[in-house]
Write a protein that binds this ligand. Structure first.
Ligand code: PMP
Ligand code: GLN
Length: 388
């Protein structure tokens, strides 16, 4: 064959798939892959079933069901004060993953560079690679996982076209402060960069932390593609209903690539999400208080098991320093495998989210645990940790 079969080899199999398979093989409690082990609201499921039973089974309009786009625009206005027209500024995607992929294909050319705070989500380098572009990491230094503004400024080259900002941040749990976002804003304006934000954990923020959408800062709305998803907010990660807000000039190329990627996102699942978007404000209050209790429970469990961890300001992940438990020279990948196989609790080694995983493995020892789990699952992990 004349095609290259090894083109995507460097991306191999995602760490989430690898660790979930290891957890299943070992019979381990899976605190690795970030998916809730409970379902979202019944009304949302009922609405999707109703849609399926009542003829909503053919293609939706490529940009998304108009009623869903209207409700997404309404919610974004309530959340941020920003107005987006459903008609040409809101687009529904098959998950934030597809929105990110489309944004990268829409805006980047070969050899373009996109800045991202590292560790960064694994779909970014893959989406960049598909466009022939690359992610340039700017470190978030432990234990606080803050960035150095000088290093951010120094990362800009003539090839830098954009910055992708994930806040609340996976895997560190950081919610970037307004002051930090101001530094990002200044850089974007100074170098005329596009900004793509990944705000899929925007509803999972624990007071006193406050989520700020970068697009709300002066001068940013016109250069920002704001991406989010219903996956985490409504606990339906398998439905893959994501969305993006962007000014019409940026939405046009995004929609052009979206129609040749999946054309449209699943129609009855979009119909289900129309009901989700009608849930009262109390839904979000409860979501946060439930997750806060889970977060505190996991932190207690991890601390008692001898890990050092800081409470995340957002997301449903906790980073744990495992140096107390590490064998000589043990890397995060080796530790996560041993923890899964022997202790029967699965976690994600975070070195895979860095430009240079080998260097990071020598420098720091962190694994990520997810707390989007029922109390029984967290208790089972606590029990298994006793053999650590
Ligand atoms: N971005 C981040 C930071 C994530 O953790 C995830 C995890 N699911 C995604 C994007 C993808 O979201 P979706 O399920 O909507 O594709
Ligand atoms: N976002 C989830 C996580 O960080 C996993 C998503 C996936 O498995 N692709 O764990």
């Amino acid at each position: 064959m004349r095609v290259r079969l090894d083109k995507w080899d460097r991306f191999g199999t995602s760490i989430f798939t690898i660790m979930t398979q290891k957890a299943l093989a070992a019979g381990a409690v899976n605190l690795a892959q970030g998916f809730p082990d409970f379902d979202g609201p019944e009304v949302v499921k009922d609405a999707a079933i109703h849609a399926m039973k009542n003829g909503m089974n053919q293609y939706a309009p490529a940009p998304g069901l108009p009623a869903l786009r209207e409700l997404l625009a309404k919610r974004q206005k309530e959340r941020t004060g920003l107005s987006f027209r459903a008609e040409d500024e809101v687009t529904v995607f098959s998950g934030a993953t597809e929105a990110i992929y489309c944004a990268f294909q829409a805006f980047f050319d070969p050899n373009d560079e996109i800045l991202a705070f590292e560790p960064y989500y694994d779909s970014y380098p893959a989406a960049a690679f598909a466009a022939g572009a690359k992610i340039v990491g700017v470190p978030l230094a432990p234990p606080a996982f803050a960035f150095d503004p000088a290093r951010l400024a120094a990362a800009v080259t003539p090839r830098t076209k954009a910055l992708i900002l994930n806040t609340p941040h996976n895997p560190t749990g950081r919610v970037f402060t307004r002051a930090e976002l101001e530094i990002v804003r200044e850089l974007a304006l100074k170098h005329d960069l596009l900004v793509i934000t990944d705000e899929v954990y925007e509803e999972l923020v624990f007071t006193p932390a406050e989520h700020v959408s970068l697009a709300t800062l002066p001068g940013m709305a016109e250069r920002t593609v704001t991406i989010s998803s219903t996956s985490k907010t409504f606990s339906f990660t398998g439905w893959k209903v994501g969305y993006a807000f962007a000014p019409a000039a940026l939405t046009k190329p995004l929609r052009a690539i979206h129609q040749f990627t999946v054309f449209c996102s699943a129609t009855p699942l979009q119909a289900g999400m129309i009901e989700a978007l009608k849930l009262p404000p109390s839904y979000y209050v409860e979501l946060r208080s439930d997750y806060r209790a889970k977060r505190d429970s996991l932190i207690t469990i991890l601390s008692e098991a001898g890990f050092r961890c800081r409470a995340p300001e957002g997301t449903y992940f906790v980073l744990a320093d495992f140096s107390e438990h590490a064998k000589a020279q043990e890397t995060d990948v080796e530790f996560a495998s041993r923890l899964t196989a022997d202790v029967k609790v699965a976690a994600i080694p975070i070195s895979v989210f860095y430009d240079d995983p080998d260097r990071i493995r020598r420098e720091q020892q962190y694994v990520r645990f997810a707390f989007c789990k029922g109390q029984a699952t967290l208790d089972a992990a606590a029990k298994n940790f006793k053999s650590l």
